[in-house]
Design a binder for this molecule. Sequence first.
Ligand SMILES: C[S@@+](CC[C@H](N)C(=O)[O-])C[C@H]1O[C@@H](n2cnc3c(N)ncnc32)[C@H](O)[C@@H]1O
Length: 310
Amino acid sequence: MGKKRQSDSTRKRGRTSSGRSGDDDTPRRKDGKDKQGSRKQGAKQSRSKLTAKTADKHRLYQQSVQDPASEVKFVASVFKKLRGRRAESLREDFCGTALFCAEWVKSGKQVARTATGVDIDAEVLAWGREHNLKPLRERARRIRLLQQDVRDPCPEKYDVVAAFNFSYWIFKTRNEIRRYFETVLRALEPDGLFFLDAYGGWEAEQPMEESRACKGFTYVWDQDQIDPITGNVTNHIHFKFKDGSKLKRAFTYEWRMWSLPELRELLLEAGFNTVTVYWDEADDDDETRYRPHERAENHPGWLAYLVANR
Ligand SMILES: C[S@@+](CC[C@H](N)C(=O)[O-])C[C@H]1O[C@@H](n2cnc3c(N)ncnc32)[C@H](O)[C@@H]1O
């Protein structure tokens, strides 16, 4: 799996952070560590002296790549603003370890939120059940994990469908990705919203490796191959440890890099009514502040959200 903030200096989203804007629809940065998740996990792992042999790659991924607390806040806040009510039901596509589902059901004190995580890989779902759902005890009953292709029909309708960390970039043709978007449209409540993310900028289009220190290990984002004709890219995540050991290619992603205009057009072609880009307005290193934008100045490495409504 691989997500947003893979590259620190090349993505606005990935820069070193400690600060918060205090604004609700502002996801926090990767290394800002949410209280309940990453910090605890980090403490546990650093105590046990991580090496390539002892480390758990799913845990490392969650710690270095995901930031579910701030993303849940962003999604809930945008939904409330646009729909005038609290979002309750979520479907997380490409859910992996279902960390975002877990954060969703923990959030929203006024509503008992429910989540359905969809992933094709039984192993990653089993890991998520053990490590992310089990600790939730009673609340875990509000999460359902489905092992299936995201393009297969889902029996229910949802307030929110989320596809984060560019996972949907596995669809490499217009027809494939449009078909996926059509499936999502059918799965939404009449006032439901579809959230997805995208990255770009000129540094996102060059082969490079970039490292970031995490608690007890180093995360390496490797933009290995980029084909300008097909638009296809091969990226890896490696992890390095203090004893010199490495988990090379812990995760590999074969994606097509889609541009924001292409994605907007395809979402509209799939039947969505409007598609809004949420662009990071923050211009200092410590914050992110995603707001609806029609235009933007290019940036060496940006991360943006798209919100599509029926
Ligand atoms: C990059 S991980 C995403 C993890 C997590 N959602 C996140 O935001 O970081 C991508 C996941 O997509 C799953 N996947 C790939 N193709 C899929 C498909 N067609 N249908 C459902 N899941 C798929 C993989 O098994 C993997 O767990």
